[in-house]
Ligand binder design. Structure first.
Ligand code: K7E
Ligand code: CUA
Ligand code: CA
Length: 629
């Protein structure tokens, strides 16, 4: 049974006293200040405010967090799970990378999941997003893109392991990735960023105007690409609405340039809006082409198409974020100090050509320098990262619309310094109907002086901000390793994980099927099957011993070791490492895992368990004898 955290009851007496004292000072500071405050007084007050907020969010040893945070791992290629508000790293989920601890990328099961890209050992993950039903997280999957190798992947939330990886054909660099929110996540929407020649056969490099890129709809269950849409310009970030009818993507290179200055020439690039119903109808009606090397339907969504609309937006816009109510979406200007607010119920009229593209814009207001991404509290307020100003700007959407219409209202509510240069930010449940306005995480690209020096390479700095009151309060600095671009914060009630594997789990069904074909029951048998120069070694494990403590093969054999962990106790994970063979893997309770290697060195080769499992863990080992050829 989960232990409830009672963080709010843990404020110490000392802090109670401090709260009273600084509470008064804060009141003075907010209103007409009686006596001018010195810089030192201000710093002390800010510190105390932060300390007070931090205390209310402290998760003491043994207590559990209220939220799961899913972080991308950037060019480490993985996904990480953090607890919020503690910001403790709970788990890493290898996806596009290889992982020595779990054997991800080394085991036969993970290679099967990686499929045609199993030979690729690197990745660049940016945007983790959970599957939804009716605009709410459904706890089923987390999806993530790989910009480096044009892939998308799916993580199963019951076991928190990657179970599907798909390479998107006909394009390069999947960047923006979001899910269809309503009625459920039928599609992942995946932006290919870089424009390329078609066909990309090495004969047309200089035909730059002929380059194009594609917006992709990926079936969330099969993880096959359902359709691709040719667009004008390139594609950066994407999001979807709360009716299920539209997805939309920002473009920073409407110029179609291949160099930096060229992509900054135009004062406005655009948001391209995709009409999902029309796209599906066009695919059904067979109004598509296919491109060399795949049979995925490709539709033309360039300007003039009835599948898309293009709305001019200043300037090299980056993030696009739908507000929880579903009424608005906000594009972040990056090279323009503005955010552009779209009223989404105007999109129907736009597609019926009753209004002009810019008529969907209800506000375009200045926030500060370098707006990149926006998150929402579900109470009408938005939080935008200002990369160049190193700030988070809290602003009110309705007030911004009033100001844009010429009313004299202050739409900016607060600017909070963050350290330093924020990219994405995310609020608790903020991309769903359940946005609860409790926490904001701001992901900074630079840590500079915030942590102990660790050489020329610095960590990044993820800051936790309490947004439950009128004022944002910075409460935690959290160093992270390269390079979480994005995260999402999911209430723990939405996630139900297994404690043990199901013996028939589909992630190792292929291995069990192989065993069956060999006449082996992996849950009872310890057996060696020779098949020409392929040898399959099936063994069980129960702490602290493998079911087999020695076996023999011949030099030159291709050996597959299949291990089934029969332990039924939560947390008793075994490992398997064959010394000097670059082979190791995780075998969690009731899991079957396998790894294949060449027995190329004659002699005695020790293997051992490398996940600490028992007082006699060191003794959990055995010998492989390789007879000389
Ligand atoms: Cu802004 Cu890849 Cu979402 Cu980086 S992206 S910050
Ligand atoms: Cu089994 Cu360590
Ligand atoms: Ca541009």
């Amino acid at each position: 049974m989960s232990k409830e955290s009672e963080s709010s009851n843990n404020v110490s007496l000392e802090n109670e006293e401090r709260r009273k004292f600084f509470g008064k000072t804060a009141l003075l500071g907010a209103g007409a200040v009686a006596a001018p405050m010195t810089a030192t007084m201000f710093a002390t007050m800010a510190k105390a405010n932060a300390a007070e907020a931090a205390n209310s969010a402290t998760i003491h040893p043994g207590e559990l967090d209220e939220y799961y945070g899913f972080w991308s791992g950037g060019h480490s290629g993985e996904v990480r799970i953090l607890g919020i508000p503690s910001m403790r790293e709970l788990m890493r989920i290898p996806v596009f990378n290889i992982d020595s601890a779990t054997g991800w990328g080394l085991t036969d099961e993970s290679k099967r999941i990686k499929g045609d890209s199993a030979h690729l050992l690197a990745g660049d993950s940016h945007h983790p997003h959970m599957s939804m039903t009716d605009g709410r997280y459904n706890g089923k999957y987390v999806f993530i893109n790989d910009k480096a190798n044009t892939r998308v992947a799916r993580i199963r939330c019951d076991i928190m392991k990657t179970d599907k990886i798909t390479t998107i054909p006909n394009c390069q660099a999947i960047h923006g990735l979001r899910v269809q929110k309503v009625p459920h996540t039928k599609y992942l929407f995946a932006n290919a960023e870089f424009r390329i020649p078609h066909p990309n056969n090495g004969l047309n490099m200089d035909d730059v105007p002929g380059y194009y890129t594609l917006f992709n709809g990926v079936d969330a269950e099969s993880m096959d690409v359902s359709w691709q849409i040719i667009v004008d310009g390139n594609l950066d970030n994407t999001d979807a609405d709360y009716t299920g009818k539209y997805a939309f993507s920002t473009c920073y290179n409407s110029e179609g340039a291949i160099d930096l200055t060229g992509s900054m020439k135009a004062e406005r690039d655009h948001l391209v809006i995709f009409n999902i119903e029309r796209i599906e109808a066009a695919v059904k009606a067979g109004k598509f082409i296919t491109l060399a090397g795949s049979d995925v339907p490709v539709l033309d969504g360039r300007k003039g198409s009835d599948l898309t609309r293009y709305v001019p937006v200043p300037k090299n816009p980056h993030g696009i974020n739908t507000a929880p109510g579903g009424k608005y979406a906000v594009a972040n200007g990056k090279l323009s100090p503005t955010v552009t607010v779209f009223q989404l119920d105007k999109f129907d009229a736009l597609f019926e050509d009753k209004i002009k593209p810019r008529d969907t814009v209800v506000a375009e207001v200045e926030l500060g320098l370098g707006p990149l991404h926006t998150a929402f509290d579900g109470k009408g307020n938005a939080f935008t990262t200002l990369f160049i100003d190193s700030q988070v700007c809290k602003w009110n959407v309705e007030k911004a619309i009033q100001a844009y219409n010429g009313e004299n209202v202050d739409y900016i509510l607060q600017k909070l310094d963050v350290h330093y240069q924020p990219g994405h930010n995310h609020t608790s449940m903020g991309e769903t109907r359940d946005a609860d306005g409790k926490y904001l995480v701001s992901l900074q690209k630079f840590a500079k002086d915030r942590f102990l020096q660790c050489g020329p390479l610095h960590p990044e700095n993820d800051q936790l901000i309490d947004i439950s009151g009128d004022e944002m309060k910075l409460i935690h600095d959290g160093p992270t390793y390269a390079e979480p671009h994005d995260c999402m914060i999911v209430h723990r009630s939405k996630v139900k994980t297994r404690k043990l594997y199901d013996r028939e789990d589909p992630t190792f069904a292929g291995t069990i099927a192989m065993a069956k074909a060999d006449g082996v029951n992996v849950h009872t048998d310890n057996k060696i099957i020779r098949d020409g120069n392929k040898v399959r070694v099936y063994m069980t494990s129960v702490a602290p011993a493998y079911g087999m403590n020695e076996f023999s093969v011949k030099q030159g054999d291709e050996v597959t070791v299949v291990i089934t962990n029969l332990d039924q106790i939560e947390d008793v994970t075994h490992g398997f490492c064959m010394v000097n063979h670059g082979v190791q893997m995780e075998i969690s309770p009731q899991q079957t895992a396998s790894v294949t290697f060449m027995a190329d060195k004659p002699g005695v080769q020790w293997f051992y368990c490398n996940w600490f499992c028992h007082a006699l863990h060191m003794e959990m080992r055995g010998r492989m004898l390789v007879e000389p050829a």
